[in-house]
Design a protein around this ligand. Structure first.
Ligand SMILES: C[S@@+](CC[C@H](N)C(=O)[O-])C[C@H]1O[C@@H](n2cnc3c(N)ncnc32)[C@H](O)[C@@H]1O
Length: 246
């Protein structure tokens, strides 16, 4: 009953779980399917019928919230969607951008990125890259907004992931994240540790841990909004801003 695992093994398992989502349209953790699809998106506040995004893409949506509710996009922005999955948030953003604005969706799971490429054909402002959030293949201080919908909890080295987000953000740029946080007493995870990682539980932080982490990385301002309570866990939206001068 491992309480932790080497980081590369967590990532490998997470990739397997999400590759299965890409190829089968559903994927199980602890013998139950993870929440995904158009109904989930609708419940989380997405306008699934009013946007020109294909049904096949909505079917593979697996976010924890709708981080775009927290930010007013500007049409010239460079937006990075970290752990983009099938790229719903990337596509929603692309609908509001004008050149030179663009969105780059990055994900560890190549099979899911393939689906993103296939189903986002109608959105020329979208670009896709395979990559690890803990080592982003992007130049520094160039992004206006980084999104992470249901992906931050899956990153085993959060300090490194946040350091990378900080590095690629321009001064004054924003991080908008949706994920689960710990708000109560969690039972120790005695089995299915890999599964608990894959559905955003084992990697969840508390609000206090976010405060320490964001402060240590130099974010000047942040706000955490609770969007739903699930016992010891809560779904939240986090909006943080990189301080204006390094
Ligand atoms: C719960 S899914 C959410 C996907 C997408 N944001 C959405 O809303 O549908 C989490 C995604 O994060 C990706 N991911 C996990 N760890 C990652 C990492 N270290 N770097 C990049 N992507 C990662 C997974 O491959 C998966 O596609």
């Amino acid at each position: 009953m491992p309480k932790t695992m080497p980081h590369h093994m967590i990532k490998k398992y997470v990739q397997q779980v999400y590759a299965k989502l890409a190829t089968s349209g559903t994927t199980n953790v602890s013998h139950a399917p993870i929440a995904n699809g158009e109904d989930l998106a609708h419940t989380l506040g997405y306008d699934t019928s009013g946007l020109s995004i294909s049904k096949k893409a909505w079917d593979l949506f697996a976010g924890c919230g709708n981080p775009l509710q927290e930010i007013k996009l500007e049409s010239h922005w460079t937006v990075i969607d970290v752990g983009c999955g099938v790229g719903i948030d990337s596509q929603v953003v692309a609908l509001s951008l004008q050149p030179p604005g663009r969105v780059i969706g990055i994900d560890l799971t190549v099979a899911l990125l393939r689906q993103a490429k296939e189903h986002a054909g109608a959105h020329p402002g979208c670009h896709w890259m395979a990559g690890d959030a803990e080592q982003l293949p992007l130049r520094p201080a160039n992004a206006d907004l980084v999104l992470a919908n249901g992906s931050f909890n899956l990153m085993p080295d959060k300090e490194q992931a946040l350091a990378e987000i900080w590095r690629i953000l321009r001064p004054g740029g924003y991080l908008a994240l949706a994920d689960l946080i710990v708000v109560g007493e969690m039972e120790p995870i005695m089995e299915g540790f890999e599964d608990a990682w894959s559905w955003c539980v084992a990697g969840a932080l508390s609000a206090g841990e976010y405060d320490v982490l964001l402060k240590s990385k130099g974010f000047s301002w942040w706000e955490l909004k609770e969007k739903g309570n699930y016992g010891p866990l809560a779904a939240v939206h986090l909006l943080a801003q990189k301080r204006r001068r390094d």
